[in-house]
Each structure stands twice: as structure tokens, then as C-alpha cells.
Design a protein around this ligand. Structure first.
Ligand code: HEM
Length: 116
């Protein structure tokens, strides 16, 4: 793993921390705060960058099934975060279920990343 790959992986882990940390920080009213929404967006961008880097440097290491599942879960995380954000901006309602779904699916993706 080269330095660029390590730095993108660090951003990838910080994006995950922003989503889970955002959920923990707002657990009393569970609003879709900016770190949750931007963390969800960042996971897709940094994840795809990582795939490109791993593919170019260590092609045998790419597990396409795992990447496909992680991408689908990450799209669901971003969908929940974006929907919660749009509704919160419209009427100020907290969107606890969508924010919790985004954080829960993020934990699912951590488990896919580590256990698969
Ligand atoms: C909520 C979304 C996501 C979470 C929480 C997440 C979590 C993680 C974690 C904890 C790691 C480090 C553990 C490991 O190296 O196996 C990791 C690595 C990685 N993730 Fe994600 N991920 C997410 C989305 C994505 C997406 C959308 C992609 C690609 C489409 C992706 C591709 C990768 C790749 C390629 C690695 C590096 C594996 C390696 O270098 O060995 N991730 N992810």
C-alpha cells in the first residue's frame, strides 16, 4: 500500500467516523447535521478512489463482490442522509429514523469491510 492509498484510506475512515460520530453527537434529537451528510458523500468518493488505487497497484487484491455490496450499502447510507437533510431543511423535523438508518448501515459496511 503506497502513501496515496494510505492517505485516501485515512479519509475513508474519517468519513465513517463523521457519520457514526454525528449520530452519537446528536443522539438526543438525531438531526441530519453536516458531518453525517458530508461523511456519507465522502464514503462513496473515497471508496471509489480506493478501488481505483488498489486495482492499479494490486489487481489481485480487489474483491468485486465485497466492493459491490459496500457500494450498494453506501448508496443507501447516502440516500438516507440526503433524504433526512432535505426534509429537515424543509420543515425542521428531526428525522431520527433516517439518521439512525444511515448510522446503522454505516456499521453494517464496517462489518462487511472487516469480516468479509
Ligand atoms: C458507509 C460506507 C463505508 C464504510 C463505513 C466503509 C468502511 C471501511 C473500513 C472500516 C475500511 C478499512 C478496513 C479494511 O481495509 O478492510 C474500508 C476499506 C476500504 N473500503 Fe470502505 N467503507 C464504505 C464504503 C465504501 C465504498 C462505497 C467502497 C467502494 C465502492 C469502499 C471500498 C473500500 C476499499 C477498496 C477499502 C480498502 C481495502 C484495502 O485496501 O485492503 N468502501 N472501508
Amino acid at each position: 500500500m503506497n502513501v496515496l492509498q494510505q492517505l485516501v484510506l485515512a479519509l475513508h475512515l474519517l468519513g465513517m467516523a463523521a457519520i457514526v460520530g454525528g449520530w452519537l453527537a446528536t443522539r438526543s434529537d438525531l438531526r441530519p447535521i453536516a458531518p453525517i451528510v458530508w461523511g456519507a458523500r465522502a464514503q462513496i468518493v473515497t471508496g471509489l478512489l480506493l478501488v481505483g488505487l488498489v486495482q492499479s497497484l494490486e489487481p489481485d487484491e480487489v474483491n468485486n463482490g465485497k466492493i459491490a455490496v459496500k457500494l450498494l450499502v453506501a448508496l443507501a447510507v447516502a440516500g438516507c442522509a440526503e433524504m433526512a437533510n432535505a426534509r429537515y431543511r424543509k420543515d425542521g423535523s428531526s428525522q431520527a429514523s433516517l439518521v439512525t438508518a444511515a448510522a446503522g448501515l454505516t456499521v453494517v459496511n464496517v462489518l462487511v469491510a472487516t469480516l468479509w
